[in-house]
Every structure is written in C-alpha cells, then in structure tokens.
Design a protein around this ligand. Structure first.
Ligand SMILES: O=C(O)CCC(=O)C(=O)O
Ligand SMILES: [Fe+2]
Length: 199
C-alpha cells in the first residue's frame, strides 16, 4: 500500500514538475467564486500574436498584481489592476498550499468548451525564471495537456472544479501546455494562474 498522497505526485515523467493537488475548494465555494468573479472582474478579450498577426480571442482575460507593473504576454503589453478582495482570499489559500508567495494573477474566462488555449509555455522574460506558477480552476471540468518540446510525449490531467495544479522547476523550458477545445463542455470555466514577476 502506498503511504503517500498520490494526488501530490508529479504528473510528468521527467524534465519538470506539475503537481496536481486535486480539489482544494469545495463545490459550493468554487461555484460562489466562479459566479462572483464573472461579475466583478474587469474582463477584456485577449489579443494574441500568431505568426506576426494579431488576433482577438473569444476567451476573456484579466490581470491583477501588487503594483501597476506592466507585463508582456503573447506579444501584447498590459498594466496590472490592483488586487480585489476575492483574489486576495484565493491567493492566500494557494500560497498556503504551495508554500510560495505570488505578486500577480492572470485570469482566463472560457465561456464554454469551444474556447481554449493553444500550445505555449509560460516563459516570458518578465516572469521570474523557474518560479512556481499555481493554477486554480473554477467551474467546468476541462482537460489540460502537456507536450514535451523535444520528444513530443503528451500527458493530460482533468482539472476539476475547485482544483489546484502547480507547475515548477524546469517545466517551462521543456514542456508546452494547452487547454484543448471540446464541444462536450457547455458551462463556463475560470482559470487563475498565480505568478511571480520580477519587478
Ligand atoms: O486555463 C488554463 O488552465 C491554462 C491557462 C494558461 O495556460 C495560461 O494562462 O498561461
Ligand atoms: Fe500557460
């Protein structure tokens, strides 16, 4: 019999760590935060540059942080909004569980399964290299996939309502990740990634 918590094993076989903590917010609290964040967050459509061409995404995003530093993401520079109470509460929970502190949070709102995010790594120059990125999911359960940059090996995890995933170590150098689109999911999902920016 295994005596350690299997939920905290590394999901990846090598070259980086993705720790899945499972559900850390019960369904009622997760649903309350989902509804409240849909209402109070200053959502904007995202702009991404693909092969030099700017696209407006259907999914919406928002970015909050300690000070109004600017942040470059997929070729677009943005200012962070000041923290709101709900995000500070979630940041505190995630900091306790991952034993790390964060100075910003990027939020994504996927209205349904036909919105997703393509393959990328979170390796912007403005992020502290190899700092943990903690990803909290609220709402519809969605598949999250990793692909090794050299071998092409893929690993997928189902991100449940109220669950936490932490990406750490050399993961961003060696693995891409994505949120595949699916016609099966009709409900919204918010993902919060707590990050450390070098100021
Ligand atoms: O929605 C997700 O789970 C992933 C979001 C993501 O990869 C990002 O914001 O960089
Ligand atoms: Fe990402």
């Amino acid at each position: 019999m295994k005596l350690f918590d299997t939920a905290l094993e590394n999901c990846l076989p090598s070259d980086g760590i993705a720790k899945y903590y499972g559900v850390v917010l019960n369904r009622e609290r997760a649903n309350d935060y989902l509804q409240c964040l849909i209402d109070v967050v200053d959502w904007k459509h995202d702009e991404v540059v693909v092969f030099g061409k700017k696209h407006i995404t259907k999914r919406m995003m928002a970015w909050y942080g300690d000070s109004n530093f600017s942040y470059t993401y997929s070729g677009t520079t943005r200012q962070a909004s000041p923290w709101i109470r709900q995000l500070l509460e979630l940041k505190e929970l995630v900091e306790k569980l991952t034993l790390t502190t964060y100075n910003s949070c990027l939020l994504n709102l996927y209205h349904h399964g036909e919105e997703g995010m393509g393959w990328h790594s979170d390796d912007e120059d403005t992020l502290e290299p190899r700092a943990t990125i903690a990803s909290l999911s609220l709402g519809a359960e969605r598949k999250f996939s990793f692909k090794h940059k050299r071998t092409g090996e893929t690993v997928s995890v189902m991100l449940e309502n109220g669950s936490l995933l932490a990406m750490m170590g050399e993961i961003q150098e060696n693995w891409l990740h994505s949120l595949p689109k699916t016609k099966k999911v009709k409900e919204p999902r918010i993902n919060l990634t707590f990050r450390r920016f070098s100021i």
